[in-house]
Design a protein around this ligand. Structure first.
Ligand SMILES: [Zn+2]
Ligand SMILES: [Zn+2]
Ligand SMILES: [Zn+2]
Length: 268
């Protein structure tokens, strides 16, 4: 019999669990004003979000901070995970979902592309061996579901994966659910993908820092993309310590703002 988790109901919402770049903000060993700030909105854990869908909670990526993120938001259960890509800051918290197999009464479904599946099979090889004498909670129980760019149904909702570039040679997925889209870790969005991102109420978009970067949109580039797509509201994510929350927001257009850990967005 599955155990009953202690959890809050987040149905109808997307929560930004983490909005920081791969090293997090504050960054270890950094004495800058943002890293030393008392403003909790300058405190950014690694990038992730969770959606309260009709049939359960869908986690986007398993950041190294996933345990603290779920505890912070009092989200006691994750029913499935969908991955944007296989970088360490988006994958390596996966082992902390071991507790979910007790609540789900079985493996955690993971929806991902082949490259992500391979990274998970390599990094968490102990979850895929049939070693004897292990107790039931010793290793994560995982069920792989391969996805591509075809829309698919999960937990009672339709998700549209959107192909994006993360640097010149690396592909990632963004996701659209109704009129809300989540697009992190990207430096270019192909024209056919731009077409899938029109008519949005809310766009969550990568904006690493001021000035260019090989694998992420700069804040200026992200503002330009948001202007082209013209959603009602844009929130930026995956920020580094060069973007102070209040000062940056004061300079952004009215319908654009930096996201922050714990930001709740209505799913429409
Ligand atoms: Zn990242
Ligand atoms: Zn810093
Ligand atoms: Zn990445």
């Amino acid at each position: 019999m599955p155990r009953e988790p202690f959890t809050t109901d987040i149905t109808g919402q997307m929560i930004l669990l983490g909005t920081g770049t791969s090293v997090g903000v504050p960054t270890i060993g950094c004495g800058c004003a943002v890293c030393q700030s008392d403003n909790p909105r300058n405190n950014r854990t690694r990038c992730s979000a969770v959606l309260g869908l009709p049939e359960g909670n869908l986690l986007i990526d398993t950041s190294p901070d996933v345990r603290e993120q779920l505890l912070r938001e009092r989200i006691g259960i994750v029913h499935a995970v969908v991955y944007t890509h296989e970088h360490a800051d988006h994958v390596f918290g996966l082992d902390d979902l071991r507790i979910m197999q007790f609540y789900l009464g079985g493996p955690v479904p993971l929806y991902c592309e082949p490259g992500v599946e391979q990274r998970i099979r390599n990094a968490f090889d102990y979850a895929f061996t049939s070693e004897p004498n292990l107790h039931r909670g010793a290793v994560p129980q995982l069920a792989m579901h391969r996805i591509g760019t075809e829309p698919f149904d999960v937990l009672g909702a339709r998700l549209t994966p959107i192909r994006m570039k993360h640097g010149r040679r690396f592909d990632v997925l963004g996701f659209r659910f109704g009129n809300v889209a989540y697009c992190t870790d990207t430096s270019a969005i192909p024209p056919e993908s731009m077409d899938l991102l029109r008519g949005l109420d809310v766009l969550v978009l990568d904006a690493l820092r001021p000035g260019g970067h090989a694998t992420h949109f700069s804040l200026e580039e992200a503002v330009d993309i948001a202007r082209q797509l013209a959603p009602r509201q844009t929130y930026f994510t995956h920020m580094c310590h060069e973007l102070e929350h209040e000062a940056t927001n004061a300079a952004l257009p009215a319908n654009m703002a930096l996201g922050y850990d714990g930001l709740r967005i209505e799913l429409t």
